[in-house]
Design a protein around this ligand. Structure first.
Ligand SMILES: Cc1cc2nc3c(=O)[nH]c(=O)nc-3n(C[C@H](O)[C@H](O)[C@H](O)COP(=O)(O)OP(=O)(O)OC[C@H]3O[C@@H](n4cnc5c(N)ncnc54)[C@H](O)[C@@H]3O)c2cc1C
Length: 369
């Protein structure tokens, strides 16, 4: 495992091929090496569930996978485990291998203009018509939709039922005439996420994950995986390569280098901030090894991301926000300073994580709804 990460992983991280090509090459190599599908039964295209092998992979790979793995955050990190745990054998046979090996990239069609934190208010409909579901509606903030072949979709299948009870989780093929993807440009200047419009889009009848009208249960299960994915799982960086992708907190070693180049390593206040970043990075790694509520990991990561970015801001842009965009180093810091804010929203906002911790973990009284 270590040899694979040190050779194939590092080569892919350092290659200057386009991101999607590197991403697909990485996952295919990982699959061929027998590490992509640990935790998934071999009869459904996985690499088995040997607990020792899974634990060793988790330890060896932490902080050592190429940045392009972020392309599969939704597919491998969220959709695959939900299909494994709640899908029929037909769905497992159809989707697990192409998802784990990177042939199919996935996106998540949850949020809508009127349904963010209050996700159960979603209005997109799916109506069964013979052998197909016909889908109409709009989603928003869909990360990676422009690269995706498949989507996990939440749609209302019973408009008469109470709002949590009339939702179904479906698998939507993205490359069809009824699906239109329109990019949304963020303040980083990059369009990572999109609006997705569905007009009479079609889904085979059997592509339901879990029960028809029982989608809230599977939706919450997937959100649990998302909080792990966007939480402690995302700490650290494989190499010295500075990428403007992903939403990981800036790594300690990049900030230490920056402080050194700016001649600030002897500044007591800078040293103190660097120590906080280092400690946070270590703590997140350890938190990731404990069975805690995923909301804790997600809150820690967003805090770490903002703190590390604020330090980068103080070190790199000492005299103000203006800079020459031809300066690639400053572009890197600028990108992460702007981008880290989104971590507090995607996958459920900080306030929603605190509500979840208060109500479900600490057992405090529920807030009025
Ligand atoms: C980088 C990024 C990537 C994303 N990717 C995806 C994706 O791939 N797929 C997808 O479906 N969605 C995605 N999202 C959307 C994300 O899930 C939503 O932005 C999030 O759930 C919040 O919804 P909202 O934006 O409608 O804000 P709102 O729900 O309108 O919230 C506005 C504010 O009110 C607060 N608030 C709301 N309800 C409560 C409450 N009950 N108690 C306390 N405070 C509350 C919130 O914390 C927030 O500060 C992404 C978002 C970001 C930023």
């Amino acid at each position: 495992m270590r040899e694979f990460l040190d050779t194939v992983g590092v080569e892919i991280d350092e290659s200057d091929e386009p991101t999607m090509i590197r991403a697909k090459r990485w996952r295919a190599a990982l699959y061929d090496a027998g590490f992509a599908g640990l935790g998934y039964e071999a009869r459904h295209g996985g690499h088995g569930t040997d607990p020792d092998k899974m634990r060793i992979w988790a330890e060896e790979s932490r902080g050592s996978v190429p940045g392009v793995e972020a392309t599969f955050g939704i597919g491998v990190g969220m959709a695959m485990p939900t299909i494994r745990d709640y899908g029929t054998d037909e769905l497992k046979d159809r989707f697990l291998k192409p998802g784990l090996s990177g042939e199919e990239v996935w996106c998540q069609l949850y949020s809508e203009p009127e349904a963010g934190s209050d996700l159960a208010s979603l209005r997109t409909t799916a109506i069964l018509d013979g052998d197909e579901w016909i889908v109409n509606g709009q989603k928003v903030w869909t990360s990676g939709a422009q690269h995706s072949q498949m989507a996990i979709l939440l749609a209302r299948t019973d408009p008469e039922a109470p709002k949590h009870k009339g939702i179904t989780m479906l698998i939507l093929p993205m490359e069809q005439p009824g699906v239109e993807v329109r990019p949304l440009v963020q303040m980083t200047g990059v369009a990572e996420f999109n609006e997705v419009f569905m007009t009479d889009a079609r889904i085979p009848k059997s592509w339901v994950v879990g029960e028809v009208n029982g989608g809230w249960r599977t939706a919450v299960a997937l959100l649990g995986h998302e909080r792990v994915q966007t939480g402690t799982a995302s700490v650290g960086d494989a190499t010295e390569v500075k990428t403007k992708t992903g939403r990981k907190p800036l790594p300690f070693h990049h900030l230490k280098d920056l402080a050194e180049r700016k001649g600030r390593l002897d500044d007591a206040l800078v040293r103190q901030d660097l120590a906080v970043v280092y400690t946070g990075e270590k703590l997140m790694g350890w938190l990731g090894q404990r069975k805690l509520s995923p909301s804790i990991g997600k809150l820690w990561r967003t805090r770490q991301g903002r703190f590390a970015a604020d330090l980068a801001g103080k070190l790199a842009f000492g005299s103000g926000a203006a800079y020459d965009p031809a300066d690639e180093d400053l572009e890197y810091w600028n990108y992460h300073i702007l981008n880290c804010r989104g971590m507090s929203l995607g996958g459920g906002t900080d306030e929603i994580q605190r509500n979840t911790l208060g109500e479900r973990v600490l057992g405090l009284p529920r807030e009025p709804r």
